[in-house]
Design a protein around this ligand. Structure first.
Ligand SMILES: [Zn+2]
Ligand SMILES: [Zn+2]
Length: 199
């Protein structure tokens, strides 16, 4: 590898099934600032049939994430899927995203991050900021971080989009320390670890 400042293996931002928002490259750049890793864009086609629940008109996040993981480019990388589909897990009405705690994969839905979903005027800047926060949050879980009690921290659990808006697009000091440790450990050990789903 080169001698650049970005350490560790690349993290892939995978846009699912033709989703190509205009901020796709900007998201990678923001993520690279936070995680000190190179981010590479992927376009991934998943079979959306198995995860679709016709009654709920939503996709089961766990199944979609499992499908995404089959596209992990190499065993030591991580992948963050970005979809405009609405996601759920059986115990919740919806989720903004899902990831495996300490695992290689994370999934973010932008479906409920747009003002239009709530009948409010379109706001592209707000939409992008919410997506940045969602992607950092889910990838934080993939690095082993759990929910943080500090409502300003990006690892705080968001039930409503208002919770997302209250957060910073970054980690509190404590989570930042944990992330640093995880990223160093990751370099040494690869992306192994516990694999519990987190939303
Ligand atoms: Zn925190
Ligand atoms: Zn979470």
């Amino acid at each position: 590898m080169g001698s650049g400042g970005k350490r560790g293996s690349a993290i892939f931002l995978a846009y699912l099934n033709g989703y190509g928002p205009e901020w796709a490259d900007a998201l990678g750049l923001r993520m690279a600032e936070i995680f000190s890793r190179p981010f590479r864009r992927l376009d991934v086609e998943l079979d959306l049939g198995p995860s679709y629940d016709a009654r709920r008109q939503q996709h089961e996040a766990t199944l979609l994430l499992a499908g995404l993981l089959r596209h992990l480019p190499d065993a030591h990388s991580r992948i963050v899927g970005i979809t405009s589909e609405d996601l759920f897990i059986p115990v919740l009405t919806f989720v903004f995203g899902l990831s495996q705690l300490g695992g290689p994969g994370a999934l973010v839905s932008t479906h409920r991050l747009q003002n239009e979903f709530y009948g409010l005027p379109r706001d592209d800047r707000l939409f992008f900021e919410r997506t940045v926060k969602g992607a950092i949050h889910e990838l934080g879980h993939a690095f082993g971080l759990v929910h943080c009690p500090d409502y300003r921290c990006v690892m705080h659990a968001a039930t409503y989009v208002e919770d997302v808006d209250l957060k910073d697009a970054g980690f509190c000091a404590e989570c930042e320390t944990l992330l640093e440790r995880a990223q160093v450990g990751d370099e040494q050990a690869g992306a192994d670890g516990r694999r519990q789903p987190q939303s």
